[in-house]
Every structure is written in C-alpha cells, then in structure tokens.
Write a protein that binds this ligand. Sequence first.
Ligand SMILES: [Zn+2]
Length: 159
Amino acid sequence: MRGSFDDVPWNTLFPLLPPADVDSLNQAARTVDAVCVGRDTGDWEWFPEHATFPGSRVGTPVILGLDVIEHADGVDQLEFLLQVVWTEAGRLAVDSAVNVACWCDTDHATHDVDAIRLEIGEYTSLPEAFRASVERLTGWLADPHNADHWRARVGLPPR
Ligand SMILES: [Zn+2]
C-alpha cells in the first residue's frame, strides 16, 4: 500500500507501540515529508502483512518504507531509502541507504554508496532508531541530487 505520510496506519503496523512512540514516529516522518515537498517521488509504502514477524526467509520483509528516486534521462538513477524491516533474527531494524546506478566496466546494476542499519533492541528504541535514520536521510537529501556526485564520493566511475 502506498500513500502520503498522513495515510500511514502506525497502529496497524506497530500495534505494540505506546502512543507517545507513535507520536515520535509521526514527528520524525514529518521532517522527511517537509524535505520531499514538491517532489512526486516521495511516497511512503507499507505492508500490513509484515506487521508481525513473517519468519526468516529470503529477502528482508519491509514494514514501512520511503523511496525517493531521481531519474536522469531515463538511464541513470539515484535513490534515497528509509525502511523499517525485520532482521533474520526477528528483530526490528531501520535501514537507510543512498543507492546509485552502476557505470563500471563490469555491470553491477547498482551500488549502495552510503548505508546504515540501526537495530532495535534493549538500548535502542524504534523511535530513536527511526529519528536517527530520518536525520541521516534528510542530510543526504540536502546534498546534490546528482548520481555522479555520489559515485565520485566513493570512487565509482561517472556515467
Ligand atoms: Zn559497478
């Protein structure tokens, strides 16, 4: 299911979260939305069927995600990601990443040029991890939306 941040069913996706934590997620999400204003690419996407841990299996079940994708000329791609996921061990984590199209001699399809995973546990709550990831994402979004800029930062060949 996709939509704007106002449509995100926090209580369905995270039924055990106290209301204060839901408020905190809401506030953090608003700061991303503010950065994405004027773009038609900043849709939230969520998967109610993953609200409870679906078990270890291939892939990473995403509960809630935001994908900000910049296309250039239909062939180049720059993607900013924020995702609340289940780890294989059945823990929640918040992943964020900057991903670019590959222009190496050998085609790798895409590269993560920056990525962090914050696992939820005894010392890190979901609102804390979400807020930290949102801050990272909004920082990335403030940098040039130019895939070559990001490739240069990690020594990848330009388009
Ligand atoms: Zn490559």
